[in-house]
Ligand binder design. Sequence first.
Ligand code: NAD
Ligand code: WQD
Length: 339
Amino acid sequence: MKVFVTGGAGYIGSHTLVQLLAAGHEVCVFDNFANSSPVALDRVRQLTNRGIGLVEADIRDADALRDAVTTFAPDAVMHFAGLKAVGESSSLPLLYYQTNVSGTMNLLAAMDAAGCKRIVFSSSATVYGEAHYLPFDEDHPIAPTNPYGRTKAMAEGIIGDWAKATAGASAVLLRYFNPVGAHESGRIGEDPRDIPNNLMPFVAQVAVGRRDRLSIFGDDYDTRDGTGERDYINVVDLAAAHLAAIEYASRAAGCEAINVGTGRGITVKELVAAYERACGRTLPVEIASRRPGDVASSYAATVKARDLLGWNAVLDIDAMCASSWLWQSTNPDGYGDRQ
Ligand code: NAD
Ligand code: WQD
């Protein structure tokens, strides 16, 4: 299959490219490297010994996007490109709506121009907002609590309307829980700019000595040990879910939202303990106050992914920490070209 991959140089996109290429698909990446490095694509080429088409441009540029999609003439699109920092989305909301919402509309218009009818979209469990019940299933009310989450909910709605209006169209909205870990080679991984917002990359930087200590944001939640509980999903399992989704989109019409998680919650303290096992030393932590907007627990119902995609997560928290540590310890400055 010919697969057009927006945001393919990013954390999740690069891991998915490895599996797409290994499965024999032909890919074209569309990325402006706003939050990624061309080195990631070089590493994917080395890992797979396969070529990767690249168009360096912005998804807000509708003409460039239409030209790229019509020239490549893909069988399917994977849409990873977007901005994802929750805090930044509150200070720069228009940038987020332009990139995540208008960018998605530009992509659908480009697909129409090229006659491409299949899309797999990177959505987020953040669209659910506060939990009315757990685990989150796909029928849980959608009520995001920040601009980033609203861009994802809007993009989901737009893709759903497009799929309804387009004969033979098929869309899969993958709602990721908390992606972590790295390719088992340690050659590609997550390379956040500045201070990491998310727990696992922060812990990784503490382990490698780039940060003094981890602040645990609250130990008085109603969980096993008082710390926040999340559904961490290995990025390699997540990449496999994309390949299953593209196969599903080839045989089914319509639009489906599908959770991608393990179905199990891990607390902050449990994740730190697993990381200590992976790196072989005790990590300095302090208890800090709760982070505004955080919930106690979040984890996925995984039945729909199993039933529709035939996919389930197989890698556990120790494997997630081991691969993260291999990446971080062998690439202490990430791809090394963005500091
Ligand atoms: P990432 O920042 O590593 O990757 C996003 C890619 O999109 C980057 O390569 C970036 O350069 C590119 N990009 C950004 N703006 C662009 C633009 N205007 N034009 C072209 N390319 C642009 O992030 P990621 O973690 O790989 O996330 C991929 C997708 O998954 C995003 O849409 C994100 O919202 C979604 N998601 C991520 C998480 C997570 O925790 N990592 C969770 C849920 C959903
Ligand atoms: C996990 C747990 C924190 C950092 C975010 C986005 C969400 C999605 C995934 C894109 C929580 C605790 C964290 C630290 C800590 N992204 N923590 N110390 O908040 O579940 O989700 O990333 O779609 O939209 O909101 O993930 O990794 O930030 O936090 O104690 O330095 O770790 O309080 O309990 P979160 P996270």
